[in-house]
Ligand binder design. Structure first.
Ligand SMILES: *Cc1c(COP(=O)(O)O)cnc(C)c1O
Length: 372
């Protein structure tokens, strides 16, 4: 079975982990700081704070900006459950918004209608790696003092108007879980230009322990430390950072191959009746996954593909219908509901062979030709 996604790992990653073992320092340390510096240069942002998951990146960013109980955070229902859980972890309430059917990115006009006096943040999700309209989002948020915390879990390596995603909003949150563009095994990062909030996040990721105090007393009293913030145990480990550093060296070829497959899929699928290809800014998008819209018979197609040895998925089941989330934001979301019926995720990963790609193409074509 061709899976929907698969990480591409080699001996380089294994050897890098072995080197960390030899140093004897497995937790937060110099390998993590090296990884952060690499990302800082690549993204062109002042601060990178590496954490243990993308979910904790979103939680800690919201928390550092003071988002808490009584606040509202506008977020698309069409996202991974992680985004919603991160909001709820702060005590704030998610307010679900609609998406555009041509990109599955947030509908900015719909967001505007949902802003209230309680709105403290908006979380745009850069779907499949394609950037949301950041200029429009910042234009509605900045005058009201609303923070834009990007869920950039899909978008490592993508750009918006020539600038890498990571320094556009108030903060961007990346994920390096096993299926993301590059992986650390598990990992995440918050990126931002604000030095003060960045320092706060650095303390919060390791139990709110104040490193400055720690340094100040280092010479006389090495055992002394102060806890100055509410914090978590969210820091990245040297083991995970070592994997990330090796993965990063391969990013250009990862992006290039996935773009090539995406363009091939789009070209062939565009001619099939009953299918809608998402609109794609190829030049700026580091494609994360490949999603098609099937106007009728999506579930049938998934079953058919299975018989052909082609895996598929649905990204995502909307959050506004999830048992634990629906009470927070009970509004109807007709476009999201419609998309949830139509979307199918097809295999897309670096190690796919040309014959894997052919099998996916031919199987989808066979299904639609048999139908018409
Ligand atoms: C992967 C993902 C996350 C969470 O990242 P983890 O590293 O898995 O915790 C958040 N949002 C979206 C859209 C994701 O795809």
């Amino acid at each position: 079975m061709i899976p929907v996604s698969k990480p591409s790992m080699g001996n380089e990653e294994l050897e890098a982990v072995g080197k960390v073992f030899q140093t004897g320092w497995l937790g937060l340390g110099s390998t993590v700081f090296d990884f952060e510096n690499i990302l800082k240069d690549y993204l062109g942002v002042k601060n990178v704070i590496a954490v243990n998951t993308g979910t904790s990146a979103i939680h800690i960013a919201l928390d550092a900006f003071g988002i808490s109980a009584g606040d509202e955070v506008i977020v698309p229902s069409m996202t991974f459950a992680a985004t919603i859980q991160a909001i709820l972890a702060t005590g704030a309430v998610p307010v679900f918004c609609e998406i555009n059917s041509d990109t599955l990115n947030v509908d900015v006009a719909d967001i505007e209608k949902r802003i209230t006096a309680k709105t403290k943040a908006i979380i745009p999700v850069h779907y499949c790696g394609q950037a949301c309209d950041m200029d429009e989002l910042l234009a509605i948020a900045r005058p009201k003092g609303i923070k834009i915390i990007e869920d950039a879990a899909h978008a490592f390596g993508s750009s918006y108007k020539g600038k890498k995603i990571g320094s556009l909003g108030d903060a961007a949150c990346f994920s390096f879980d096993p299926i993301k563009t590059i992986t650390c095994g598990e990992g995440g990062a918050v990126t931002l230009n604000d030095d003060e909030i960045a320092e706060k996040i650095r303390r919060k990721r390791i139990l709110g322990i104040d490193k400055d105090t720690w340094h100040r007393y280092r010479n006389e009293r090495t055992w002394f430390y102060q806890v100055t913030d509410i914090g978590y145990r969210y820091h990245m480990s040297n083991i995970n950072a070592a994997i990330g550093i090796e993965q990063f060296k391969k990013i250009d070829k990862f992006i290039e191959r996935k773009r090539e497959i995406t363009m091939r899929y789009d070209k062939e699928f565009r001619t099939l009746p009953g299918i809608k290809v998402l609109s794609n800014n190829y030049a700026e998008t580091a494609q994360f996954c490949y999603i098609l819209r099937v106007e009728n018979g999506r579930d049938e197609l998934m079953n058919f593909l299975k018989t052909k040895g082609v895996g598929s998925g649905v990204h995502y089941i909307p959050n506004h219908i999830q048992p634990v989330f629906k009470k927070f934001s009970p509004d109807a979301l007709p476009i999201t509901d419609k998309m949830a019926e139509q979307i199918i995720t097809l295999p897309l990963y670096y190690d796919m062979t040309d014959s894997d790609v052919e099998l996916v193409l031919n199987s989808v074509k066979e299904f639609f030709n048999a139908k018409s």
